[in-house]
Design a protein around this ligand. Structure first.
Ligand code: MN
Length: 300
């Protein structure tokens, strides 16, 4: 099933042809006025009991045209967004990084950076700096747990989504540069794990406009998907709705006002997000000079 969150926090199921969404907010008990917005966390936690009534409602109800709704981020109140840096060898080479996720561990992005497929990436005011896209597969945790052994990782994955790990390039704290609002688009929806037969061999592409910038397979991950669940849960209790950003392959690069970023992951989905220049986000630390790796590469 493909489970979308849209408009004012409604939850729906995307039709098989991908053109419509059936609203099941009432079936899953999602109130659009609730704060914090944890309806999807509860849906994921209670999925075993909800999947029957949801499927029944989908069979009986009309879909609304997907083009008439605004897709929001599927789990806006994830307790954590876990992200693995430098997890493809070719990206390590382009960044000149001497370490890998397998030896470095993970970092966290704030849930407030999450946005949806129908929302733009808003660039902060950081003159002289580049904001880069990173194309990543997202794991959405289902059953929580601590100390999950790698051979049981699939029991804890509810589904998959496309994820853009946006970043201001620089030498400052990684989290600081990756924490801006809208710097973690996730979508276009959650594709449940039963519809992704081989998550460890998924083709992934990212375009900016018509330019193909990133193309890779999850088969090329340094720390593999089982290893990422094992490592994260060794440290923290994973909760339903937690998100793991699995790392980006080579081809990262800058985006500017007016760009459209398109990411596609086999069996998972495809989304396009607009890039717009915002007014906020200035911080004095970004006044330090920095030559981004893509610029130094082009200079060579
Ligand atoms: Mn990343």
């Amino acid at each position: 099933m493909r489970i979308a969150r849209f408009d004012d926090g409604r939850i729906g199921v995307v039709t098989p042809d991908g053109t419509g969404v059936v609203d099941v907010s009432d079936v899953v008990g999602a109130s659009t006025s609730e704060w914090p917005p944890v309806a999807m966390n509860r849906v994921i936690a209670r999925w075993d009991e909800l999947v029957g009534p949801v499927a029944e409602a989908v069979g009986e109800r009309d879909a609304v045209d997907l083009r008439t709704v605004t897709l929001r981020t599927p789990v806006p109140w994830a307790s954590k967004v876990i992200a693995y840096p430098v997890n493809y060898h070719d990206h390590a080479a382009e960044m000149g990084a001497g370490y890998r996720a397998s030896s470095q561990g993970f970092f966290l992005k704030p849930p407030s950076s999450l946005s949806g497929a129908g929302e733009p990436v808003v660039l902060p005011r950081v003159p002289g700096r580049e904001v880069h896209h990173e194309s990543e597969l997202a794991l959405i945790i289902g059953k929580g747990g601590r100390g999950i052994p790698r051979e049981r990782w699939k029991e804890h994955v509810f589904g998959y989504a496309c994820l853009l790990d946006m970043v201001v390039r620089g030498k400052e704290e990684r989290v600081f540069r990756k924490a801006f609002d809208t710097f973690c688009p996730v979508g276009p929806w959650i594709t449940t794990a039963d519809e992704v037969p081989d998550p460890e061999w998924l083709e992934m592409q990212l375009w900016v406009g018509d330019e193909l910038r990133q193309s890779a397979s999850t088969r090329d991950l340094v720390l593999d998907l089982p290893g990422m669940v094992e490592m994260a849960s060794a440290v923290m209790t994973l909760e339903p709705g937690d998100i793991i950003a699995t790392g980006t392959p080579a081809g990262v690069g800058p985006v500017v006002d007016g760009d459209v970023i398109r990411i596609r992951i086999q069996d998972v989905g495809e989304m396009s997000v607009d890039v717009v220049q915002g007014e906020s986000g200035h911080a004095a630390v970004f006044e330090q000079e920095y030559v981004p790796p893509t610029a130094s590469r082009e200079a060579r």
